[in-house]
Design a protein around this ligand. Structure first.
Ligand code: ZN
Length: 190
């Protein structure tokens, strides 16, 4: 089922997600709905906060992106990214490594807003998958960027927080307009 995507201005986007202790049928359904929602919006990642749930849960799939490579290592060896997709990360812990890299980013909670963001080029990830098994991997390229963007969401951090003040100033009007629109929508509901 496709869920409504929460836009900037809704307080849930600023909430740190609660850890998931047990993968219940309800969580499994939420994961399936998040994949439906992410794919219908042509996104590469979606965090639980973006469908209104403050949980340590994100889904990713870089399969459709042909022009921005992803790198994956399992047990220190290069691995096939596509075979590792789609990806469910529950209670993820990440360790950024490598030099800072600049790349373009967007966010389904900020329609039409794209900006260059600097993040470490690689990341080591430990998480549970949808079956509750521990997975560990090292990501580079687009996958590293996407994982860091989504794990930020799980901690209430948004990509506008990672913009330089110069870049944020360039987008200030769009960001403020989106927030005002979301708040007007929320006020009309109450
Ligand atoms: Zn996002």
């Amino acid at each position: 089922m496709i869920l409504p995507i929460v836009k900037y201005g809704e307080p849930v986007l600023r909430k740190k997600g609660a850890r998931i202790d047990k993968i219940t049928p309800e969580i499994q359904q939420l994961i399936a709905d998040m994949f439906d929602t992410m794919r219908s919006a042509a996104g590469v990642g979606l965090a639980a906060q973006q469908v209104g749930r403050a949980l340590q849960l994100t889904v990713l799939d870089v399969t459709g992106v042909k022009d921005r490579p992803s790198i994956l290592e399992l047990d220190g060896r290069p691995a096939e990214v596509l075979e590792f997709m789609p990806l469910v990360l529950i209670n993820p812990e990440i360790k950024p490594i490598g030099e800072p890299a600049i790349g373009p980013e967007g966010c389904l909670s900020f329609p039409e807003i794209y900006a260059d963001i600097t993040r470490p080029e690689s990341v080591e990830v430990t998480a549970l998958n949808a079956r509750g098994e521990t997975i560990r991997f090292k990501a580079g390229g687009l996958l590293a960027r996407a994982v860091q963007h989504e794990v930020d969401h799980l901690n209430g951090i948004l990509f506008i927080d990672r913009m330089t003040s110069k870049v944020k100033n360039e987008h200030r009007e769009e960001i403020e307009a989106l927030k005002a629109e979301t708040e007007a929508m929320l006020n009309s509901k109450t």
